[in-house]
Ligand binder design. Structure first.
Ligand code: CA
Length: 232
């Protein structure tokens, strides 16, 4: 798998590159945000399977780089940083990072996380390749393949996480999903700080879909999607 390592510390990058190479990764090293974005420009063959993004970069903020990467491609991004506070993590995940690893990290754990995001991405690609997967909930249609959501045929633009959240609930209407379960599936993390983020996303989904009753809060437990009566 090709891996883009964005790290301004050459010493750290060399050590990590050696470990990654030993585990079969083909590593491209970028020393700053600009180099990282440049490396992603040519549609490489094969394309990068994952980006390891250090947040402390000399030319631009790592968060900014993550946002720019996310605008161009859905390539998995793992943020690697010494900033361990919850707000930094939430900020990173909201910008579309797939995972967040705090320095100093255990290389075994880092490798496991790289494989996990790559696997999930391959799984998502496989699901979309099988095609035509649309969940219909009354006037709402959730097209899993194209990540498109319509209400009465009109497109409703959702953020990535809003879509993931809706798609998760929509696959089993009526079933209560526990908060921890949703956080672990959609945000791929278990830390407490995401709770607020979940509420914010649910509120946003209710409002964007114009159907506040579609997602029901099950107090103290989590959420479920209330299957609307099918149109006659
Ligand atoms: Ca750095």
């Amino acid at each position: 798998m090709r891996l883009l390592l964005v790290e301004d510390d050459d010493h750290v990058a060399a050590a990590l590159s050696a470990i990654l190479a030993r585990h079969g990764f083909q590593v491209t090293h970028a020393r700053n945000g600009e180099e990282a974005l440049q490396a992603l420009l040519p549609a490489g063959t094969p394309p990068f399977g994952v980006v390891l993004l250090d947040l402390g970069l000399p030319d631009q903020d790592g968060y900014e780089v993550c946002g720019k990467i996310r605008k161009r491609t859905s390539i998995p991004v793992i943020m690697v940083t010494a900033r361990s506070d919850v707000r930094s993590r939430i900020h990173g995940l909201n910008l579309g990072a797939d995972d967040y690893v705090v320095k100093p990290y255990d290389t075994g754990e880092l490798l496991a996380r790289i494989h996990a995001v790559a696997r999930r991405r391959a799984g998502a690609a496989g699901a979309s390749a099988s095609g035509g997967n649309v969940v219909r909930l009354g006037q709402v249609a959730v097209e899993l393949e194209t990540r498109r959501v319509t209400v009465d045929g009109a497109d409703v633009p959702l953020t990535r996480k809003e879509f993931d959240l809706l798609a998760l609930l929509a696959q089993r209407p009526g079933v209560v999903f526990r908060r921890e379960q949703i956080i672990s599936e959609v945000w791929r993390t278990s830390w407490e700080g995401t709770g607020r983020t979940l509420e914010v996303h649910v509120a946003s989904l209710r409002s964007k879909l114009g159907m506040p009753a579609l997602i029901e809060t099950v107090r103290g437990v989590g959420y479920r999607l209330v299957a609307p009566a099918a149109a006659p």
